[in-house]
Design a binder for this molecule. Sequence first.
Ligand SMILES: [Zn+2]
Length: 158
Amino acid sequence: MEHVTVDELDTFPHPLDATDGARALADALGTTDVAMNHYTLAPGEAPDGGYHTHLDQEEIFYVLEGTVTFDTDEGSQEVAAGEVVRFAPGDYHHGENDSDEQAIVLAIGAPGRRHDWDQLRVPVPCPNCEDVDAMGVDIAAGDQGGLRCPECDETMSV
Ligand SMILES: [Zn+2]
């Protein structure tokens, strides 16, 4: 059994700089088949770097405190403390704390302890490929926000 106290875990630098309040519960617990992050979001912070989907992972967000607003392909959805949302693989979403109060949200993803960056998509069409309507994220570009076409490897900055 692994047993941790969330408040005692160090936060980790968010790869896309979306929040200072991310804690990697999956790492702390040594999970093998599920991803789990705990986010303490100041007003304006987000658990993710922008509107995206994972082709390889479903995601569940359980709001523990405050309110998180999710942009989805069905419009904007406020999710309050005590409420839970789930996004299937391929469902675009972006969460953000649009309120004036702190929000806390638990993010659970599966299968797999981490999503594969190669399976991340943002809804931007490739300038070269007529049939590619979603680009991958070039994580090596870091703050440059680089995108990479999964078909032709064209890169672009955003
Ligand atoms: Zn392309």
